[in-house]
Write a protein that binds this ligand. Structure first.
Ligand SMILES: [Zn+2]
Ligand SMILES: [Zn+2]
Length: 554
């Protein structure tokens, strides 16, 4: 009798905790068809996921997706798999790169010529040089080391929603509710952890006013959860295959509204990546209601007449935002707005009553629409690493051919390094040769060190010309030896076979480790170092740099 009472109570408790099932919407009217649905940010067993690429693609087919963008952790030196149809679903291979400022998802990259790593701004710069898109991963993670911290880097997008961030800020009660109801309504149980991430969306609004920055809902699926440190996919003590790929894929997705696939995997992968680059998609929490369809048209003179149409239940609310502030809303499926006297960056959110989260997660999220205001085109980082001229007008020469007086080589035990003066037209220049060997744990490096001189305090930048025998990154460092171990600040620059004028402003240098000042203290700097290290140079590789015309400028 007591056992029956316990069972009845448990059943009632489960009933109370059970999330609502997905709301089934009727087929949308013509002109408002669901587009091409897929997911981005999936890990396989090549990094910290549990399934193979084929497992992932099978799950995607079961979830009714048309494409999957796999983003295993790496430094982009693994040649990506070619786009491929598997079980009718387009497989696009991409990567998630760890930087000193958080993780960035890189789409559309070829195999990188050297490991992409280091500061966020440099990795974004490299991704752009290689023709890819840089998307800040889980920028609002509750785990500080997973947050994105360089908002000046010219990102192409950010994950406005990331399932791995979402569970981290939940209370134990919600997590218990998710676990207990997951066996019955898996996608809906997972959606209980979602919120509207206001801080990340606020950041997105700010960035979108400066340039085109797209926002994606990213599943960050590993099909794995650690048992010891609850939830950590990296927990090596043991893990559960939870949530499954297919249930993650049924929770939410992105919908490329107008993209059409042809069956040619290469061309179709380009179509998908271009649609993401252009922001021609929206995010949909499919666990709440579906099949969703959303169309935002900007028509008329100046494309200032906005018309939003959604396949939405009657109690849905469409909200139109301008530069981050709500300016109009409507119940049901249509909202119209004449924005001709209100230039700005517009965005649409569609919400459903009773959605999970505080504040509730939007059911549909559009991308920015620019009305009478063009975003500035995404530009590469100014200054460092680009061929060009110096911004300075006054110079003091430090080296211009001939013997390198006062220079020394410093290195860790394993690597080799040598310095020669070679003939050049006109005059001569320095040839720096290096071979980086050792183990990653030793952080091998080779450094070419020149005296800084007292005059550095009168200048605000270092200018030199350089080329390398292959694409690489060189770390330019300022060192203040006084006070024990000394302090260093650095700026990483890109080099390849094309000779370029490198102009690095001292205000662009960043500390290495702990320093007493965020910016270099020029009065104490006594050495300039040109460093090749294992951050961006593969251990076991060698190369050479020709360097000349080293100057201070202001
Ligand atoms: Zn990550
Ligand atoms: Zn990830």
């Amino acid at each position: 009798m007591r056992r029956l009472a316990v069972l009845v109570l448990a059943a009632i408790a489960l009933f109370v905790m059970m999330p609502a099932g997905p709301r089934q919407l009727p087929a949308p009217p013509a002109g408002l068809v669901p587009g091409l649905r897929g997911v981005i940010h999936v890990h396989t067993n090549r990094s910290d996921g549990t399934g193979s690429v084929d497992d992932v693609m099978r799950a995607a087919a079961s979830a009714g997706l048309k494409f999957v963008i796999v983003t295993d952790h790496g430094d982009a030196t693994r040649a990506p798999d070619l786009p491929d149809y598997r079980g009718g679903v387009l497989y696009i291979d991409a990567s998630e790169i760890s930087t000193g400022n958080g993780h960035v998802v890189a789409l559309g990259l070829p195999k990188a010529p050297y490991p992409l790593a280091g500061e966020g701004r440099d990795v974004v710069d490299d991704i752009h040089r290689l023709g890819g898109l840089a998307i800040a991963a889980h920028p609002g993670s509750a785990k500080p080391e997973l947050q994105w911290t360089d908002w000046n880097a010219p990102l192409d997008g950010l994950e406005w929603l990331n399932a791995d961030s979402e569970w981290r800020d939940e209370r134990a009660w919600t997590l218990a509710r998710v676990l207990l109801t997951y066996p019955f309504r898996p996608p809906q149980a997972l959606a209980l952890m979602l919120d509207r991430p206001d801080t990340v969306i606020g950041r997105w609004n700010e960035l979108a006013r400066q340039r085109r920055v797209v926002g994606l809902a990213a599943v960050d699926a590993h099909a794995r959860v650690g048992v010891r440190s609850l939830g950590e996919p990296y927990d090596t003590a043991g893990s559960l295959h939870f949530p499954s790929y297919v249930n993650s894929f049924r929770e939410f997705s992105i919908d490329l509204s107008n993209a059409r696939l042809t069956g040619d995997a290469n061309a179709d992968a380009r179509t998908v990546i271009d649609a993401i680059r252009d922001g021609a998609f929206y995010s949909a929490i499919d666990a709440l209601a579906g099949p969703a369809a959303l169309r935002v048209d900007a028509t008329g003179e100046d494309r200032a007449h906005l018309r939003v149409e959604a396949q939405a239940p009657g109690d849905a609310t469409i909200t139109l935002f301008r530069d981050g502030a709500a300016v109009a809303s409507a119940q049901g499926g249509v909202l119209e707005r004449d924005a001709s006297s209100e230039p700005g960056v517009y965005r649409v959110e569609v919400t459903l009553p009773g959605s999970p989260g505080t504040p509730p997660v939007p059911w549909l999220m559009s991308n920015p629409i620019y009305v009478k205001r063009a975003p500035e085109p995404a530009s590469p980082q100014s200054g460092a690493g680009e061929p060009g001229r110096s911004a300075a007008r006054t110079f003091m020469t430090l080296y211009d051919g001939g013997p390198a007086r006062g220079w020394v080589i410093e290195k860790s035990p394993e690597p080799n390094a040598a310095m020669d003066v070679i003939g050049a037209l006109p005059g001569s220049q320095l040839l720096l040769r290096f071979a980086i060997s050792g183990t990653a744990a030793d952080s091998p490096y080779a450094a070419f060190v020149m005296p800084a001189g007292a005059a550095i305090v009168m200048y605000d930048r270092l200018v030199f010309t350089a080329r390398a025998d292959r694409p690489m990154r060189l770390s330019v460092q300022l060192r203040a030896s006084s006070g024990g171990e000394g302090e260093r600040w650095h700026r990483s620059v890109y080099l390849d076979q094309t000779p370029r004028t490198i102009d690095v402003a001292f205000s662009d240098f960043r500390p290495i480790g702990t320093t007493t000042s965020a910016l270099p203290v020029l009065s104490r700097v006594d050495a300039i170092l040109f460093v090749i290290d294992s951050v961006n140079t593969k251990i076991g590789s060698n190369g050479q740099i020709q360097i000349d015309d080293i100057r201070y400028g202001r």
